[in-house]
Design a protein around this ligand. Structure first.
Ligand code: TXA
Ligand code: MG
Length: 349
């Protein structure tokens, strides 16, 4: 397939309009367009067109039992697609447009290929101006998973997108780096009116609590899922974001991490906090800067990029500190334990 590559980082309005009109045309005619969002890049198709949505699975190499998120330009559009409850509007007023996805019972207009046969659908209203304008110009909701090949980290800039999607989609819109860098927070509105947090993101559990809603964190989020247990969100059962070199998470303090890394003889990489890089520079390992220890936001924006970079170097192993799972740290913890296939090394006695 021939892919048209368009840069929309510094274009004038005329250029922007013309690119978005072409992209919208592609979507309306059942094609695939990769576009930037504030979280990660999305691989979009018309969410009301079953065949178009099916093409997404082929382009990503995604298992057909893993449903897609439907993107809308305004929360009010959810009513045509789902059985909307009052809690949705509370969430929408507080967090939309923004990095929050809400799962609700679907209406018939959403084809089964979008929801992988489930009777619920995931709805998200992105805040990125290019994403919003694309949805508005297309005039249809856009189904879009992250625009990576299945199993590799979600793309947070256009270089990642090119690596994975050139030749697999009709158009790629390069809108620069994604601000958040981790995928949206996913919550499900349950029958009893409570929320289940299925995937943590930039909208934190604490943000949801602050709204006065009750939130239950699904066991799989922090890796507590036992063998054979049912997963609520199909995507949570796959080993995602997996680097080729094994990733290990170090559970210990700075001194314990340094002592552990000092003993390593192989060619290894370490994703380091800014505060520890100076002390580690004498060791024979490659350092990848995650950001300051308390700055989970910066770490989140860099994580997938660093994993992709480190993965090109054929290390024997990649190590990283185990994050503290509070606030935005929960999203980091969730992505990192999955990239590490739950391999945590306990350094403290
Ligand atoms: O930030 C994001 O959400 C990005 C951008 C492009 O919007 N999209 C994204 O999509 O991360 P994807 O497909 O990579 O992840 C969607 C997750 C999957 O884990 C999937 O299983 C879950 O959402 N999901 C979708 N529909 C669901 C449903 N009806 N019930 C439970 N989980 C659902
Ligand atoms: Mg994904």
């Amino acid at each position: 397939m021939q892919t048209v590559y368009e840069i929309l980082t510094d274009q004038d309005e005329k250029q922007r309009k013309s690119v978005l009109e072409t992209a919208a045309e592609i979507i309306r005619h059942g094609g695939l367009v990769v576009f930037p969002t504030e979280t990660v890049y999305g691989l979009g198709a018309n969410a009301l067109d079953s065949d178009a949505a099916s093409k997404i699975y082929a382009a990503k190499g995604r298992p057909s039992d893993n449903p897609l998120i439907v993107h809308i330009a305004d929360p009010s559009e959810a009513e045509a697609l789902t059985e909307v409850s009052p809690l949705f509007y509370r969430l929408a007023r507080a967090f939309m447009p923004g990095p929050l996805t809400v799962i609700m019972p679907k209406k018939d207009i959403i084809p089964a290929s979008v929801t992988a046969g489930l009777d619920t659908v995931a709805i998200r209203c992105p805040s990125h101006p290019i994403a919003r304008r694309l949805i508005l110009t297309a005039g249809v909701p856009i189904a879009a998973p992250s625009a990576n090949l299945s199993g590799s980290p979600s793309p947070t800039n256009a270089i990642h997108v090119r690596e994975d999607m050139m030749g697999r989609v009709d158009m790629i819109i390069d809108g620069g780096a994604c601000e958040v860098g981790l995928e949206s927070t996913i919550v499900k509105i349950e029958n009893d009116g409570l929320l289940t947090l299925l995937r943590p993101g930039a909208i934190t559990k604490e943000d949801l609590f602050a709204l006065g809603v009750e939130v239950r964190v699904a066991d799989a989020v922090l890796g507590k899922l036992k063998e054979g247990e049912k997963v609520l969100s199909p995507g949570m059962k796959y080993r995602h974001y997996a680097p080729k070199a094994p990733l290990f998470l170090l559970d210990g303090n700075e001194k314990e991490r340094r002592n552990f890394l000092a003993d390593k003889k192989e060619r290894i990489a370490y994703l380091a906090y800014d505060e520890e890089t100076l002390a580690l520079r004498t060791l024979s390992l490659d350092l990848y800067a995650l950001g300051a220890k308390e700055d989970a936001k910066t770490q989140a924006s860099r994580l997938f990029s660093l994993l992709r970079e480190a993965d090109k170097q054929n290390y024997t192993a990649i190590y990283a500190p185990l994050p503290d799972p509070s606030g935005m740290g929960m999203a980091l913890y969730n992505r990192m334990i999955r990239a590490a296939a739950h391999q945590i090394i306990r350094l403290s006695l």
